[in-house]
Design a protein around this ligand. Sequence first.
Ligand code: NAD
Length: 312
Amino acid sequence: MTKIIDCVAIGEEIMEEIQTETRELKAKGITPGIATLLVGDDFGSKMYRGQVEKFCEEAGFNYVNKTLPAEATEEQVKEVVLELNGDRSVSGILPLRPFPEHISDYAVINTIDINKDIDCFHPFNMGKLTLGEAIFPPATPAAVIEILERYARAEEKVDPKDFFEGAEIVVVGHSNTVGKPTALLALNRNATTSVTHVFTSMKENLEKHTLGADILIVAAGKANLIGPEQVREGAIVIDVGINRVKVFDENGQPVLNDKGKQKTKTVGDVSFEAVKDKTKAITPVPRGVGSVTNRMLMRNALKACKINYGLL
Ligand code: NAD
C-alpha cells in the first residue's frame, strides 16, 4: 500500500516544537525574531514576506519588515543589513530576492552576519554545509530531509541514520538553493547520491538514473517531468516542484472559471496519480514539501537566536 506522506501534519508537529522552545526562551527573557529585507515590489517576494510575518506571529517570534524602494542604492541596502546585524531582537535575516538589477546579490549576502544567515545564503554557511557541518541547512533541502527522517521513524520504524546510509538517492535538479544542497545533505548522511539535471535529460539519460533510486527527490520546476516509467517499483518519491498549470476537462477542453478565464491549478514535477501506486511512499503537491519548508526556516531562526545569546 502506498503511503501518501502527510507533510501538513509534519509541518504542524514541527510548529508545535518551535512554539514550545520559543516559550522556554521567552521565560528567560529572550524572544527569537526574523527580519525580511525587500527591495522594490516583486510580487513573489511580497507574498513570501507576508507568509514569513504570519509564521512569526504563529510561533511567537518578533518580526521586522525592512522594505526599501526599488531605487535604493547598494550601499543603502548594505547599511540596512548592518543595522539588522547589530539588532539583538533580530535572530535571522532573510533577504527576499530577486533584488533590482543594480543591487548585487553577492554584495548583500556577504554583508549578513553568518550567525543570522538562516537560509544558508552566505558562502561560509554553504561551505559548512559542504563539509557536513551545516549550521543553518537551507529551508527547502532541510524540509526534504526532515520529511524523510520522520517518515523513516514513523513508518519504517528505523533510525534515520540507518535509513540514509547506503540508500540510493537520486536528486533531479541541481540549483544552488534546492537540488545541490539537498544532494549534499543526503551525501553527508552517507547515502549513495546522484544529481541529475536538465543536461541529463538533454542526453536522454534521466531514466537511467531515476530508475535506480530507492529515494527519488525531484526539484526541477517542470510539471509531469516524472511519470511511472521513470520510477522504480517500491521507491519513495519526494516532489519538491511547484508549477501552475492550466486545467482541461476529460475531452481536452479548457475548464473556465466564473470570469470566463481558464482555470489553473498547482501541481508538482511528478505525475502524482500515474506514479503513486508504483511507490512505497510519495509526497503530494500542493500540501507537500512546502508545508514544511517555512518551519525549517523558523527552526533555523531559533538556533540563530540561541547562538546569538551564547546558549549554543
Ligand atoms: P531552478 O529553476 O533554479 O532549477 C531547476 C533545476 O531543475 C535545474 O538544476 C535544472 O537543471 C533542472 N531541470 C530543469 N528542467 C529539467 C529537465 N527537463 N530534466 C531534468 N532536470 C531539469 O529551480 P529551483 O529554485 O531549484 O526550484 C525547483 C522547483 O522547486 C520549482 O518548481 C520551485 O517552485 C520548487 N520549490 C519548491 C519549494 C517548496 O518549499 N516546496 C521551495 C523552493 C522551490
